[in-house]
Every structure is written in structure tokens, then in C-alpha cells.
Write a protein that binds this ligand. Structure first.
Ligand SMILES: C[S@@+](CC[C@H](N)C(=O)[O-])C[C@H]1O[C@@H](n2cnc3c(N)ncnc32)[C@H](O)[C@@H]1O
Length: 134
């Protein structure tokens, strides 16, 4: 239907380092997967998360999309590119500087910016990927 996008609001908490927590079906039937500032967070558990990525990519349906946005880092980029290729996903991407909207509400962080005498980062080097399961 033009102009509308039906979304499911079904939440499933799970731990990507623990396969027994992601033994479900429905989330893998999704049309769109996003990994936003996620891979850099879990890179320290690379072997365990690689098992999750293999499961996820094997179970994604044909045509499903994966959107990745994360801090630019050669090891993280080659990790997801390799896993995606091995998992039957094809896609493209780019790297660029991201400038956050300066109107972002930061006042609740004031006690920390005062304590550490720093402003929250508003510029970062990021990479993007858009993959499609073939
Ligand atoms: C930096 S946050 C990004 C959150 C969100 N995508 C965003 O852009 O605001 C990293 C996310 O990784 C998730 N995460 C970290 N370790 C995880 C794990 N072992 N299993 C599943 N998720 C994990 C955290 O719950 C958190 O939501």
C-alpha cells in the first residue's frame, strides 16, 4: 500500500554470544535487519558473534535486506563483508564522515561533560553497507 509501512513491534531479547538464546524462528523471517553501531560493540566476541551471523544469514529469506552502519574500522568492515559474502548476501557500501545534528539533546549528559570536560562527539568516521540475501 503506497505511503504506509506495516511494522511488527515484537521484541525478542537475546545474547548473540549464546546460541541457546536465539533458537527462535519469527525474527529470522523479517524483511529488514539492521546492525547500527552493533558490530563494533560485539567485535570483542568475534568468534561467537560470527556463529550468530552465520545462523542469521543462513536463515534470512531471499530478498531480505541487511543495513549496517558503524564506526569505520578495517577489521569490522572486512569481518561483515566476509560473513555476508559467505552467507549468500550481496551488496555495496561506502565510508564517510558523519556529522550529528547539533540540535541533539545533550543536557542530560551535562554532569558527565562537566566531570570529564569533554563534549559528546558530533563527528565520526562511519561505514555503511546495504546487503540483500540472494
Ligand atoms: C552502541 S549500542 C547501539 C544501539 C542502537 N543500534 C543505536 O544505534 O542506538 C550497541 C547495542 O549492542 C547490543 N549488544 C551488546 N552486546 C550484545 C550481545 N551480546 N547480544 C546482543 N546484543 C548486544 C546492546 O544491547 C546495544 O543495543
Amino acid at each position: 500500500m503506497a505511503g504506509s509501512l506495516p511494522l511488527s513491534k515484537d521484541f525478542r531479547p537475546f545474547d548473540v554470544t549464546n546460541p541457546s538464546t536465539y533458537e527462535f524462528n519469527r525474527p529470522f523471517e523479517s524483511d529488514i535487519f539492521t546492525m547500527i553501531y552493533f558490530l563494533s560493540e560485539v567485535f570483542v566476541h568475534k568468534d561467537a558473534v560470527t556463529r550468530f551471523l552465520k545462523t542469521c544469514f543462513a536463515r534470512m529469506k531471499k530478498g531480505a535486506l541487511l543495513i549496517v552502519i558503524d564506526f569505520k574500522h578495517a577489521d569490522v568492515q572486512s569481518w561483515i563483508d566476509t560473513c555476508a559474502k559467505q552467507g549468500g548476501l550481496e551488496g555495496s557500501g561506502k565510508e564517510e564522515e558523519l556529522v550529528m545534528d547539533t540540535s541533539e539533546q545533550k543536557s542530560i549528559l551535562k554532569r558527565y561533560s562537566d566531570k570529564f570536560n569533554i563534549e559528546p562527539k558530533i563527528r565520526s568516521q562511519v561505514f555503511y553497507r546495504l546487503f540483500r540475501k540472494t
